[in-house]
Design a protein around this ligand. Structure first.
Ligand code: FMN
Length: 266
């Protein structure tokens, strides 16, 4: 299988880069073909702006959606974006490895998503508006996994922990960014208390990470509800009989109680 590792940390000795190196070794040893996007190493342009559209369709007003759709459909995207899309198209699984910064990914990785997730590919698929989204779309058939280095202790992310459960904090990425264009998203892997982690705990985390990597193509994805599976009769709102009484993010996960708590990690 082809696996794309996208990572965002400039420091080779960081926990994040240790997770990347481990993934690269384990996946290659399993016979997978590993591709990497080392965003800091590549000097990835994080900011989505007018330079992304060298051949504008509308010079008067910058509409990102319109220009993204035009550039994607007409082969006039920038070469860096095209290169990343080629890797993505070839990938059977995509692993995003990053340190948790303000409950999210570093800006350079957000910028990778903003620029590479083009209109016509990741949204507005097949020119059909929102007909294909949440479980269907340009990235259907691919697996996705987040591997996150988390500075805070696991307790802070426990079901009633002060920060909130990590899997819920990452919902905009797992559900809104990866499941939206059709990827099957695996439960997040986290290394908690990663700032100044001692060697013994790092060894345990590495062993847990290896086990997750070995099951990359076997583990069950998070059971997000697909838009077109019947739970959303008007493609907008859950039917009354689905998850009755449940509102908010967890209503969109088929066995929400499990995912309201913590994530597997170390
Ligand atoms: C800008 C910034 C924001 C951070 N935000 C969080 C946060 O929201 N939650 C948390 O637990 N740790 C946070 N941290 C701590 C990092 O998660 C921690 O330093 C990192 O995971 C250590 O692993 P590394 O060796 O891969 O950098 C933040 C650190 C920085 C620099």
């Amino acid at each position: 299988m082809n696996v794309l590792l996208v990572h965002a940390h400039p420091e080779p000795t960081s926990v994040t880069r240790h997770l990347v190196d481990t993934a690269s070794e384990v996946l290659a040893a399993q016979g997978h073909h590993v591709m990497e996007s080392d965003l800091y190493g590549m000097g990835w342009k994080a900011v989505f702006d007018g330079q992304d559209f060298p051949e504008r369709t509308n010079e008067d007003r910058l509409s990102f959606i319109e220009e993204s759709g035009h550039a994607f459909a007409n082969g006039c995207q920038t070469t860096d974006v095209e290169g990343e899309q080629r890797k993505l198209q070839a990938a059977d699984a995509v692993i995003l490895v990053f340190p948790l910064w303000w409950y999210s990914m570093p800006a350079i990785m957000k910028g990778w998503i903003d620029r590479v997730w083009a209109f016509g590919l990741a949204y507005g698929y097949r020119g059909a508006g929102n007909a294909y989204r949440y479980g269907e779309g340009g990235f259907a058939g691919k697996r996705a996994l987040l591997a996150v280095s988390v500075g805070g202790p696991e307790k802070d992310y426990s079901p009633r922990g002060i920060n909130g459960p990590l899997e819920q904090l990452l919902f905009p990425i797992t559900h809104g960014t990866l499941f939206f264009p059709g990827m099957q998203v695996l439960p997040t892997f986290a290394v908690y208390g990663s700032a100044g982690i001692e060697p013994g705990r790092m060894a345990e985390a590495t062993a847990a990470w290896k086990r997750r990597l070995e099951r990359l193509f076997d583990d069950e994805p998070i059971p997000f509800r697909p838009q077109n599976g019947g739970d959303y009769p008007d493609c907008h709102v859950l039917a009354d009989h689905v998850a009755p009484g449940l509102t908010g993010l967890l209503a969109h996960i088929a066995d929400a109680p499990q995912f309201g708590s913590d994530v597997e990690g170390s």
